[in-house]
Design a protein around this ligand. Structure first.
Ligand SMILES: *Cc1c(COP(=O)(O)O)cnc(C)c1O
Length: 455
């Protein structure tokens, strides 16, 4: 029995419009278009209520890294739900899956990480990180170190703290920016005037951090947070010079370095974490999404000994936590997900096999007349759509070429996302070569169809 049989497609759509408020959605606009009702998924494909089979070039929302339909995960959840579906970790309690997962995460992360604080999502992880950073500097006797520096066009979730640390103007407009949060430029070479070389531009973008620290006063700065590669902002791959310079600046000023690994973590770049890929040594790492491959909600903050020792030795109670911190079923699913990643060498194959294969195919899309740049690391990439391939001039924003292309893509059986006129992809790490071929062929065809409309 499938869920579709319960109601007709149009019945689902009508009820959806009447009752269900979706995230980041203009509901007036949705009323004209109706929702696509996704009913099942298997491997790297999702299926909608009308029976369309769609290659999921986004791993859901950057999270289903092992692919859909893994029965081992279902069994792990079922086992845990039968044995202990829920218990909290407050009041001196814990449960075996949350403890085991903590040990496992300590092994998979850099040596400075031996402790984890669990949450239910990426946004909650960001809030936790912020409060932990403030707590750390309080305990260090430097309570005036409060400001966290983040980047324009960053995405750190949608709670008040997440939206504030993020650099998305529409979110700031609707929620404001909390105190003690500052933004610097993003390392987005393609979007710059491209007068500097990629490397020089990376150094300049990193040095914006130093300038901001000097401006605020070094004694007032608590830390810097950044996604190793900005995901929702458009898969912005920083120049190689960027992260080493950020590390140098954080070290020179003694501020905490935080990488938001909610997308880059758990193999996306062919390493366990984005910090590993870029060779930086964070003091805190926020994670969520692929820790469970999205099968159940879970997030957390990896806490280095630098921060953790202070919290514990000088700390007393850290007045923070969630009902679902260390949820046993989510943790059991995460353990099984990590086992699959390890046993099937998904990260290694992303680095050495399927990643390089896809990167090569993806780069061929640069030949298309609409494409101004292609980029990809691991299995996370982007295409820049341009009106003029020579000058790299963009289309008029009102045309919405990115959205046009995205709609054509999904109607032709491929999900990729549009961020303005940047098309982004992050397919499951379980992709086979045939899937890569299918994705890139469909992408080319849809670029052709897009060109027919806008060209
Ligand atoms: C998705 C995302 C978040 C927010 O995670 P939620 O689970 O949606 O709250 C935070 N940071 C990054 C980098 C993300 O991509």
């Amino acid at each position: 029995m499938t869920v579709v049989e319960k109601r007709s497609v149009t019945a689902w759509q009508e009820l959806d419009l009447e009752h269900y408020l979706h995230p980041f959605t203009d509901h007036k606009d949705l009323g004209d278009k109706k929702s696509r009702i996704i009913t099942r998924a298997d491997g790297v494909y999702i299926y909608d209520a009308e029976g369309n089979k769609i290659l999921d070039g986004m791993s859901g929302l950057w999270c289903v890294n092992i692919g859909y339909g893994r029965k081992e995960i279902v069994k792990a959840a079922e086992r845990q739900l039968s044995e202990l579906p829920y218990y909290n970790s407050f009041f001196q309690c814990a449960n075996p899956p949350s403890i085991e997962l903590s040990e496992k995460l300590g092994e998979l992360t850099q040596p400075q990480f031996n402790r984890v604080f669990y949450t239910g999502s990426g946004s909650e992880s960001i809030d936790t990180m912020l409060k932990m950073v403030w707590r750390y500097w309080d305990l260090m006797g430097q309570p005036e170190r409060k400001t966290i520096i983040a980047r324009e066009n960053a995405y750190h979730g949608s709670t008040v703290a997440g939206a504030s640390l993020g650099g998305m103007a529409p979110m700031h407009k609707q929620g404001g920016i909390m105190p003690y949060i500052e933004h610097i430029q993003q390392p987005y070479w393609f979007e710059s005037d491209r007068q500097l070389s990629n490397e020089e531009f990376g150094l300049q973008a990193a040095r914006a951090l130093e300038q901001k620290i000097e401006k605020i006063g070094a004694g007032n700065v608590a830390g810097f947070v950044g996604e190793p590669i900005q995901g929702a902002g458009g898969v912005i791959i920083p120049p190689d010079s960027y992260w080493p310079e950020i590390q140098r600046i954080c070290d020179d000023y003694g501020i905490l370095l935080i990488t938001d690994e909610v997308i880059c973590g758990f193999g996306r770049l062919g390493e366990w974490f984005g910090a590993d890929y870029y060779g930086v040594k964070p003091d805190l790492m926020t994670f969520a999404k692929a820790v469970t491959s999205g099968y159940l909600p879970l997030g957390g903050v990896m806490v280095s000994d630098r921060v953790g020792d202070v919290l514990i030795e000088r700390g007393g109670e850290f007045a923070h936590g969630y009902t679902y911190s260390g949820h046993p079923a989510s943790c059991a699913v995460a353990i099984e997900n990590l086992r699959i990643m390890q046993d099937e060498k998904l990260i290694e194959r992303t680095r050495t096999e399927i990643g390089p294969y896809m990167q090569a195919q993806w780069a061929n899309l640069a030949e298309h007349p609409l494409v101004g740049e292609t980029r990809m690391i691991g299995l996370m990439g982007a295409l820049e759509l341009v009106e003029n391939k020579e000058t790299l001039e963009r289309f008029n924003k009102d045309i919405g070429v990115g959205t046009i292309c995205r709609d054509i893509l999904i109607n032709n059986g491929l999900v990729m996302r549009a961020v303005g006129d940047t098309i982004v992809t992050a397919p499951p790490l379980s992709m086979e070569r045939v899937h890569v071929d299918e994705q890139v062929e469909k992408a080319w065809k849809c670029l052709d169809l897009t060109q027919k409309i806008v060209g």
